[in-house]
Design a protein around this ligand. Structure first.
Ligand code: HEC
Ligand code: HEC
Ligand code: HEC
Ligand code: HEC
Ligand code: HEC
Ligand code: HEC
Ligand code: HEC
Ligand code: HEC
Ligand code: HEC
Ligand code: HEC
Ligand code: HEC
Ligand code: HEC
Ligand code: HEC
Length: 451
């Protein structure tokens, strides 16, 4: 190795002094660098201390005056450490070239572009002289990496942290993303992994996804959220809003915010950006607009008035039609089965349709006769809730409908409320009333109104 260096030096020394003959007498230190000889040695923005003072012999030892040959003053590994003690903090792991004491892998012994005597003009080019491009084939590149500022995150010599990093985990990222960190201190809900390691979602150098996230928008989040993943990948009915565009972050904030379940905005506001108008499903169906949800003139169903859609819809995907969280009959008539009304009875008392005798159970009673039971609990042609109630909002109290779709006909109900009951004159039967205090006797055929 020593031999090799000496020989190569001879070759280079010869080649550089083109135009002039090689000296055969001893040269004084201040005579080595002239316009004809070794001009390149000092041709740097910043010249290395000993070179600047012509202490060439600090590193080069004359072997033979006649042939003008030199050898390194000491073992290559000691070339620099003879004068420099580099500060390696306790417990650090050395960068591989430092283990080999290959200081000149990065430093030019004579001088460099700045006072660090580096061989390349930029950090990026320096690192890339040994490392493959860390952003090869990546479409989106992180700001400081694009700027070649590898040194903002990596130590060049040694570090106590893995991968020569200047800091670990999120501390590394928030050295620059201070605003984001400060903002997270002010919000009510912070997403747990954001407190831990930003790299669980981002790649430090770059990626093929916007915002340098390390996987496709939907898959990224699903990797930790198993239940949601199942809904998204296995449910019978899918919601395209979950996987399209920004995926989960169409509706959620990835880092934190003031709304529960990390919602980006109130569910109503988010949903209505699409559902205020009819939308076309991926299977070609048209999904009707639900603009009744934000119509200020209407009475809202409990959860809707609280701005929640989650109780009834599993927006990530569902095995029930209309992305419902449970069974709800799709038809006007329905052979009674309590299980088919599970959706409503998640929140309401199911006795409502199980006992013939109402005993104050419901306002829909005639004396003690439970009119809910009477209409709903039938082996054939039981009326489902939709025959009388709307789900999101209505003009009438108690979410009673004015009309109900019956095939192609909007069947009128003509419901009228009284203090002790009510009446309706629907397309199904003639006017009938119920009265909680003075029960109507249905065996008496009502007199025809005299014209
Ligand atoms: C701090 C040590 C050091 C000092 C001081 C130093 N050199 Fe060098 N020099 C080296 C090393 C090491 C190499 C081998 C370069 C390599 O391996 O990259 C070298 C290579 C050379 C070469 C051959 C390659 C080239 O760059 O042309 C010449 C000529 C040279 N030095 C001349 C000088 C002269 C003249 C001086 C004084 C003005 C000087 N050196 C001072 C360390 C030094
Ligand atoms: C003979 C002693 C000597 C040797 C050998 C030597 N240096 Fe230096 N080096 C100096 C002096 C003196 C300075 C100027 C210090 C100053 O300006 O404060 C310096 C400055 C530097 C600097 C600028 C940063 C700083 O701390 O000021 C770097 C980088 C550097 N040397 C790297 C090297 C490398 C790499 C080698 C081996 C190729 C090497 N030195 C070998 C004496 C030496
Ligand atoms: C992988 C490339 C690389 C290698 C190998 C390397 N250095 Fe450095 N060195 C750098 C970079 C980059 C800087 C500038 C660091 C900065 O700006 O934070 C630097 C800075 C320095 C400095 C000046 C600042 C300081 O830390 O005191 C000295 C002196 C120095 N190196 C000496 C050495 C010596 C001696 C060796 C061999 C034992 C060596 N370097 C090996 C890349 C390297
Ligand atoms: C002279 C060649 C050389 C240069 C220049 C160089 N490296 Fe390295 N680096 C290596 C070698 C060799 C390894 C060990 C093998 C590997 O992991 O690829 C290494 C390893 C690394 C590692 C992995 C460390 C670990 O603990 O796993 C990082 C990070 C790294 N280098 C960053 C840099 C950065 C940043 C620069 C520019 C400042 C740089 N390297 C410049 C040769 C070099
Ligand atoms: C914003 C901070 C940051 C910047 C800037 C940065 N890196 Fe890294 N780098 C990292 C982190 C964090 C890791 C560790 C990644 C991991 O563990 O998954 C890493 C890992 C590496 C590795 C080791 C890869 C491996 O698989 O072992 C190399 C090599 C590397 N970086 C080189 C560079 C180079 C070259 C640059 C400049 C072009 C650079 N880095 C810029 C943060 C950064
Ligand atoms: C050295 C400073 C610095 C560090 C350290 C840093 N970043 Fe950045 N980051 C930036 C800059 C500068 C931008 C570009 C800002 C812009 O374009 O508005 C950026 C942008 C980003 C972006 C947005 C990307 C885009 O395409 O707009 C993300 C995400 C990001 N950084 C994540 C991280 C993560 C994760 C870490 C820790 C591994 C980290 N940053 C560490 C400086 C830094
Ligand atoms: C749970 C995954 C996840 C974690 C953990 C995470 N991010 Fe993000 N981050 C994202 C996603 C997804 C986006 C894109 C948001 C969008 O497109 O609206 C993003 C966007 C960003 C942006 C650019 C836009 C903005 O909101 O400012 C920056 C900067 C950023 N992240 C930095 C960080 C930092 C720093 C950390 C760690 C403290 C971190 N992220 C942790 C998923 C994450
Ligand atoms: C590294 C794993 C991880 C990744 C990746 C991840 N999360 Fe989380 N997430 C968690 C943990 C842990 C919690 C807190 C415990 C819990 O509620 O399940 C959480 C909580 C949440 C919550 C709040 C749940 C609640 O009941 O309040 C939402 C919403 C959420 N994550 C959405 C996302 C989105 C959107 C993404 C993608 C941008 C994502 N998560 C990526 C681990 C992760
Ligand atoms: C269309 C809007 C929307 C999209 C897209 C969306 N979510 Fe949600 N997410 C919600 C709503 C609404 C809730 C329920 C809020 C409630 O009931 O309080 C919720 C709740 C959650 C919760 C809390 C636990 C639960 O299941 O109720 C997690 C975790 C979650 N979402 C993760 C994700 C992940 C991961 C993705 C992407 C695969 C995603 N979300 C996509 C709207 C959305
Ligand atoms: C980006 C637009 C968009 C957003 C935002 C959105 N949806 Fe949807 N939604 C659709 C589309 C498109 C369909 C049709 C089914 C499909 O192909 O995904 C749909 C279908 C539905 C269905 C099923 C209707 C049916 O007939 O199958 C329900 C229920 C629903 N969305 C509720 C919600 C709720 C609740 C929210 C808010 C948490 C929401 N959607 C946010 C676009 C959106
Ligand atoms: C009390 C339960 C309940 C709540 C709360 C609820 N929905 Fe619905 N939603 C339903 C039912 C039941 C259907 C199916 C209606 C039908 O089959 O006629 C439905 C249907 C839909 C449809 C599809 C419309 C169609 O005709 O195909 C959309 C879109 C929708 N809901 C959005 C929302 C949004 C947005 C919210 C939150 C603001 C919400 N829902 C809250 C029960 C509910
Ligand atoms: C997620 C819980 C939830 C589900 C599921 C639900 N409701 Fe409700 N419902 C409520 C709340 C809360 C109220 C308001 C109760 C109050 O104001 O006393 C309400 C009120 C009502 C009212 C009016 C009662 C009153 O006193 O104003 C009717 C009628 C009604 N729901 C019918 C239904 C029907 C039909 C279904 C099934 C399609 C259903 N609900 C599903 C929570 C729910
Ligand atoms: C034939 C019409 C009709 C059907 C079918 C119907 N309801 Fe009702 N419901 C009413 C009337 C009328 C009222 C108002 C009673 C009053 O206060 O005067 C009512 C009231 C309610 C109330 C308010 C509390 C109470 O009992 O007074 C709830 C909750 C309710 N219904 C749930 C349901 C559910 C769930 C279904 C389906 C299983 C259903 N209803 C089916 C007509 C109907």
């Amino acid at each position: 190795m020593k031999h090799f260096v000496a020989v190569s030096l001879v070759v280079v020394l010869t080649s550089i002094c083109l135009g002039v003959d090689k000296p055969t007498t001893e040269i004084k230190p201040d005579g080595c660098v002239t316009a004809e000889c070794h001009a390149n040695v000092k041709n740097h923005n910043v010249v290395h201390g000993p070179v600047n003072v012509n202490a060439c012999d600090a590193c080069h030892t004359l072997v033979d005056v006649q042939t003008h040959t030199y050898k390194p003053a000491r073992e290559p590994a000691d070339t620099c450490t003879f004068c420099h003690v580099i500060d390696i903090p306790e417990g650090s792991k050395l960068h591989e070239p430092l283990v080999a004491r290959d200081c000149t892998g990065c430093h030019d012994p004579h001088g460099g572009f700045d006072r660090n005597s580096l061989k390349q003009p930029t950090m990026n080019e320096l690192c890339s002289s040994c490392h493959q491009d860390v952003t090869a084939n990546m479409q989106y590149i992180h700001g400081p990496v694009a700027a070649g500022a590898c040194g903002m995150c990596h130590e060049a010599h040694a570090s106590a942290n893995p991968k020569l990093l200047v800091e670990t985990g999120r501390d590394l990222c928030i050295t620059c993303h201070t605003e984001m960190d400060e903002q997270l201190l002010t919000v009510a809900f912070v997403h747990e992994p954001v407190l831990d390691d930003c790299l669980s979602c981002h790649d430090a150098h770059g990626s093929n996804f916007p915002m340098i996230v390390n996987d496709a928008p939907g898959t990224l989040c699903a990797s930790c959220h198993e239940e949601v993943k199942q809904a998204v990948t296995e449910a019978k009915h899918q919601h395209s809003a979950v996987m399209q565009d920004k995926g989960c972050v169409n509706c959620h904030t990835p880092h934190g915010g003031d709304l529960a379940t990390l919602m980006k905005d109130t569910p109503v506001d988010i949903c209505m950006t699409c559902h205020n108008n009819p939308v076309t499903a991926s299977d070609g169906r048209t999904v009707a607009a639900v603009s009744e949800i934000t119509d200020p003139a209407l009475v809202k169903h409990g959860p809707v008035s609280e701005g929640s859609c989650g109780g009834c819809h599993n927006v990530h995907g569902s095995d029930y039609v209309k992305l419902l969280t449970d069974e709800y009959p799709a038809t006007f008539y329905q052979a009674f089965d309590i299980d088919s009304y599970k959706l409503c009875f998640q929140c309401h008392e199911q006795q409502l349709v199980l006992t013939p005798n109402a005993q104050g159970l419901t306002g829909f009673r005639n004396g003690d006769t439970n009119m809910h039971y009477l209409h709903v609990n039938k082996d054939t042609r039981g009326r489902s809730c939709r025959a009388c109630h709307s789900v999101h909002a209505s003009t009438l109290a108690l979410h009673l409908r004015e009309t109900v779709p019956y095939g192609k006909w909007e069947l009128p109900i003509n419901y009228q409320q009284t203090d002790t009951g009510g009446s309706c004159t629907p397309g199904c039967h003639q006017r009938k009333a119920y009265d909680r205090d003075a029960p109507v006797d249905y065996n008496v055929i009502p007199k025809k109104a005299t014209p």
